[in-house]
Design a protein around this ligand. Structure first.
Ligand code: GA4
Length: 334
């Protein structure tokens, strides 16, 4: 009989210091290899020396704090998150809740400038901050995706196999601002009951790649195995990068779409900004032999991003939605 190891033992195996921190100023082919290794092992890594301007980051952070500081009635003018807009505690459409308020935007410049009118008293300033930030992190995402392609060994001619999907004019990328409230001062015996306040519950990201940045307050945790949670310490100078479901599908499971969550356990406000890089709705997501390494087994049937998104929004946050796209046993990648 095989007995599964209890979670405490697994938890001891992986520590935060095991999580990869990749210096992007290193030698390109070396960096590419490190990125691929991180995507295979954890589906998660931090990047330093990423080249995104501190001014662009600061401006976006300031605009975000300005927005969340507005009275509730004014924030609601941004419209209910459906899927874009302002949301408080409710996540998605199927009964998920968390200790978080957020603003969800399409990462499309026209849409951003249009929406800014109902988000800010100074729409031009808000939209220029968001557009500047989104442009910068999209560039970073493209660079990382190109290195992933190089690292798995695709021929030079197809090195934009991933990034071309998010460079497409009709890409479906999303930008999200999350604001996690601080723990209220409370006597110790009360605080103890609060030690597990979930800000944003366990899930994987549906898209290709997520680029996340937070202020100097922790809360993010990743789960490389069921029931194991590794806290990721806050580091406002780096970005956290994680693989999404679409990338796991395209690599037939070689890269893993990491499950993660955010706790709202701090005495301070946590603010995170996430860019979710997604293909156009009509794009076909399918594994290709040159992406999967030695794996020949096709884990998932091909689907369009639009199809995947529809299924995603019909399910709960924590659902393992890729499982609904499993290929027939014995199918090979063609
Ligand atoms: C998780 C990743 C992104 O934040 C997001 C989220 C989306 C939403 O908040 O509207 C979802 C969630 C996310 C996955 C399952 C569905 C959709 C809430 C939800 C319950 C914007 C996304 O694309 O998927």
């Amino acid at each position: 009989m095989v007995v599964a190891a209890p979670p405490q033992i697994l938890a001891e195996k992986i520590r935060e210091t095991d999580l990869p921190i990749i210096d992007l100023s290193g030698e390109r082919s070396e960096v590419s290899k490190l990125i691929v290794k991180a995507c295979e092992e954890f589906g998660f890594f931090k990047v330093t020396n990423h080249g995104v301007s501190q001014d662009v980051i600061n401006e976006m952070e300031a605009e975000s704090f300005r927005f969340f500081a507005r009275p509730a009635a004014e924030k609601q003018l941004a419209g209910p998150a459906n899927p874009y807009g302002y949301g408080c505690k409710n996540i998605g459409f199927n009964g998920d809740f968390g200790e978080v308020e957020y603003l969800l935007l399409s990462a499309n410049f026209l849409s951003i400038s249009h929406r800014s009118k109902s988000i800010s008293n100074d729409p031009l300033k808000f939209s220029s901050a968001v557009c500047g930030y989104v442009e910068a992190v999209r560039g970073l995402a493209c660079e990382i995706l190109d290195m992933m392609a190089e690292g798995v060994g695709v021929p030079q001619a197809s090195s934009s196999v991933f990034s071309s999907l998010i460079r497409a004019v009709d890409n479906d990328s999303v930008f999200r601002l999350n604001h996690y409230p601080p723990l209220r001062e409370a006597p110790d015996h009360v605080r103890r009951h609060h030690h597990h306040r979930v800000g944003f519950g366990e899930h994987s990201d549906p898209q290709l790649l997520t680029i996340l940045r937070s202020n100097n307050v922790g809360g993010l945790q990743i789960s490389p195995e069921d029931g194991v949670w590794i806290p990721v310490s806050a580091d406002p100078t780096s970005f956290s990068v994680n693989v999404g479901d679409a990338l796991q599908a395209m690599t037939s499971g070689r890269f893993v779409s990491v499950r993660h969550r955010a706790l709202a356990n701090s005495q301070e406000v946590r603010m995170s900004m996430a860019y979710f890089a997604a293909p156009p709705l009509h794009a076909r997501i399918a594994a290709q032999p040159e992406l999967t390494g030695r794996r020949r087994e096709c884990l998932y049937r091909p689907f369009t991003w639009g199809e995947y998104k529809t299924v995603t929004y019909s399910l709960r946050l924590g659902e393992r939605r890729l499982n609904r796209f499993k290929a027939d046993e014995g199918d090979e990648i063609i």
